[in-house]
Design a protein around this ligand. Structure first.
Ligand code: SF4
Length: 686
């Protein structure tokens, strides 16, 4: 469009953890176009169909522009209210619940869509005003096993290397990730690297787009990751691919690992995973013989009953081969799903950890925060998200405060979520739209999107990047930052740090890994990696060059047995449902469905293998009922060999096709991350 642009704002994409730098061009207070920043370090002038084109939601007619409240119970309709009235209701009812039952009767779910500063303020609000550690964020549902697993293996809760190191890798192992659709700029870089000569191993139950570029595709059963990685570890040792000097001087746990690996010779591991032993052997050979092998993984590793074990046994491969903590690149990169899922956890929106992953049970750390905040920080770890739901249905949790997450659509086992929402005396949410969760809420507060707020995000590389508002908020909508400040004031509290820059400064003063990060510095110098321990330090893009951050300074090999997933297919439910993402839509789809991306994927379908489709008499577009042990949902069929026989695939981006009514109620035994990747289902032609 040749009409002149009024202004252009440079900011960070809010759609996925890649964190592309974008230029947002505004005319007449509407976004006219978004273009990638040429020369930006992360995306180098590229962006995907979400970041570039999915912005029309900002001016969607159904944006929430005023607070909404119910005045006569849950069955009464939501009606518009002033901010004073809505915040007065929330403040009075939260205060009454806190004063009567204690802060532990309230749960707060913060958001990966919120900025770091908003997450910092949310955890401070929970701990100092609500007086509870019942605080969590959606990383619980995706990458909590990464935080736990990477911390245990290496010492810090983030990926080990910068994205640019992929350009130096001569072999890339992509496990449980489909970056072409979920992290497209990474997917494109991996393909380019392969075209330039790197070898590619894909470990995934599905025949993803990257498989077309791969030397080896290990099409393992969903839930068999630990068997696969143990089998590869065994093969690395047997073939002499272990870096003995590295293991001797920089790692621990080798003998315990070899004891467990006796049970996972290649043939047995391949059998457990349902793959040809020769394929697994070739994957081990390629990874083990590479000079600079890199690992990239995603939710296919974490969203399992044994997700943390999956992360740890995958990390074993890098440790055994000395392919982590070196100047030559390599490492273990974790593809975060939502844009700020790393930052939400970094900022301490977690039930057991304060900002910078500092333990809430450590009296010295707690004392430092208590003195700074002028309020005693609660000492007991709080409830995780799924535990909050159970606490609500058993009467221990009376209020749920949800920031920017549609838990009734995106969390597993919807019936359990709905029961929890129904059981609470008070449900409050911040959102852009009347989400499925908002439909259950007593008070809905209109919030703003990443295109309308100021602060920072952390991308999947641990890179802290500035977010600038390109548009003013619509109507009376406010940032989560403003809402939390106003609510605290209505509860006679002062959260301090009046601006996002102040919040980052306060976080830096209390958090060694963020100590050198300020808005002024980010504005002057550009993005900074954490850890950044002082104002004159550049931040550590590549971790562990001298020592690992574990207590003994060594990378910890993990001896873990393979255990089956929480649900197994049987005669009644013979298929395995795997959930994931498609290119055009993001998470719940609440933003992308309100853009022209809806034309690309107007509704969800169920991917079914041609052999299964033929056996059931199904063709493209036919309707099939999918039944799990919890619910039944119908989908049109998409016949494709991207799924293996016996498996089906879909997303949860469409509320009218409530996939999470079906999904498993099993969760990672270490972190409580749901097993979205394995649900036993039956198919019945409609
Ligand atoms: Fe980049 Fe991800 Fe945004 Fe696409 S969705 S433009 S890959 S940050």
């Amino acid at each position: 469009d040749p009409a002149p642009i009024d202004r252009t704002t440079t900011t960070t994409c809010g759609y996925c953890g890649v964190g592309c730098s974008l230029r947002v061009h505004v005319r007449d207070e509407h976004i006219a176009a978004i273009t990638p920043v040429h020369g930006a370090p992360v995306n180098r002038g590229h962006a995907c169909v979400k970041g570039r084109f999915a912005h029309a939601f900002t001016r969607s007619r159904d944006r929430l522009t005023t607070p909404l409240i119910r005045t006569a119970g849950r069955d009464s309709p939501l009606r518009p209210a002033t901010w004073d009235e809505a915040l007065g209701v929330v403040a009075a009812r939260l205060s009454a619940i806190r004063d009567r039952y204690g802060g532990e009767a309230i749960g707060l779910i913060s958001s990966a869509r919120a900025t770091n500063e908003e997450n910092y303020l949310a955890q401070k609000f929970a701990r100092t005003v609500l007086r509870t550690n019942n605080l969590d964020n959606c990383s619980r549902l995706c990458h909590s096993p990464s935080a736990a697993g990477l911390t245990a293996s290496f010492g810090l809760a983030g990926g080990t290397n910068p994205f640019d190191d992929l350009d130096r890798a001569d072999c890339i192992l992509v496990a449980g990730a489909n970056p072409t659709e979920a992290h497209p700029v990474v997917g494109a870089r991996i393909k380019q690297r392969v075209l330039d000569g790197a070898r590619l191993i894909v470990i995934d139950p599905r025949r993803t787009d990257l498989v077309g570029f791969a030397d080896v595709h290990v099409q393992a059963h969903p839930g068999s990751n630990v068997a696969v990685f143990n089998g590869i570890a065994c093969a690395l040792i047997d073939a002499g691919h272990v870096d003995e000097g590295f293991v001797r001087h920089r790692a621990s746990g080798f003998h315990e690992l070899t004891d467990v690996l006796r049970d996972y010779p290649l043939d047995r591991a391949a059998h457990l995973a349902g793959v040809d032993p020769a394929t697994l052997a070739e994957a081990a050979r390629l990874y083990g013989s590479a000079r600079r092998p890199a690992i990239v993984y995603g939710l296919g590793i974490t969203e399992h009953t044994h997700g943390t074990d999956g992360v740890r046994t995958l990390a074993n491969l890098a440790i055994l081969t000395g392919a982590v903590g070196t100047t030559d690149g390599c490492g273990v990169l974790t593809l975060r799903g939502q844009n700020n899922v790393q930052g939400a956890s970094d900022m301490g929106a977690l039930p057991d950890l304060l900002p910078g992953y500092q333990s809430v049970t450590d009296p010295h750390i707690r004392d430092r925060f208590s003195r700074a905040w002028g309020v005693e920080v609660p000492d007991r770890p709080g409830l995780r998200i799924l535990d909050m739901f159970d606490a609500a249905t058993t009467g221990r949790l009376h209020a749920l405060y949800v920031i920017g997450e549609d838990i009734a659509q995106t969390d597993p086992d919807t019936r359990r979520v709905q029961a929890a929402l129904a059981a609470c005396d008070l449900v409050v949410c911040h959102d852009l739209f009347l989400s499925r969760t908002a439909e259950h809420a007593d008070v809905v507060l209109p919030a703003v999107s990443f295109l309308e707020k100021d602060g920072t995000f952390v991308n999947f590389e641990r890179r802290v990047q500035r977010v600038h508002p390109a548009l003013p908020p619509p109507g009376q909508a406010k940032t989560d930052f403003e809402i939390l400040h106003l609510l605290a004031a209505a509860m006679d509290a002062d959260l301090g740090c009046p601006t996002p820059a102040d919040a980052m400064a306060e976080c830096a003063s209390l958090t060694p890994t963020f100590a050198g990060i300020t808005h002024a510095r980010l504005d002057r110098d550009g993005p900074l990696y954490w850890p950044c321990r002082a104002p004159d330090q550049p931040g550590e893009a590549r971790l562990y060059l001298d020592r690992f951050a574990t207590p003994d300074g060594r990378a910890a090999l993990a001896a873990r047995p393979y255990l089956p997933p929480g649900e197994q297919p049987d005669r009644r439910f013979p298929f395995v449902l795997v959930t994931g993402r498609r290119l055009a839509h993001y998470n719940s789809g609440s933003m992308t469905r309100r853009t022209p991306n809806l034309d690309l994927v107007p509704r969800e379908a169920l991917d079914v293998h041609p052999d299964d489709a033929a056996r059931l008499g199904l063709a493209d577009g036919d309707v099939v009922e999918v039944a799990s042990r919890r619910a039944r949902v119908t989908f049109p069929v998409n016949v494709t060999d991207s799924v293996a026989p016996g498996q089906v695939f879909t997303t949860f981006a469409f509320p009218d096709q409530p996939t999470n009514a079906l999904t498993s109620d099993c969760a990672d035994t270490t972190t409580g991350c749901p097993e979205y990747k394995v649900t036993a289902v039956a198919l019945r032609p409609g």
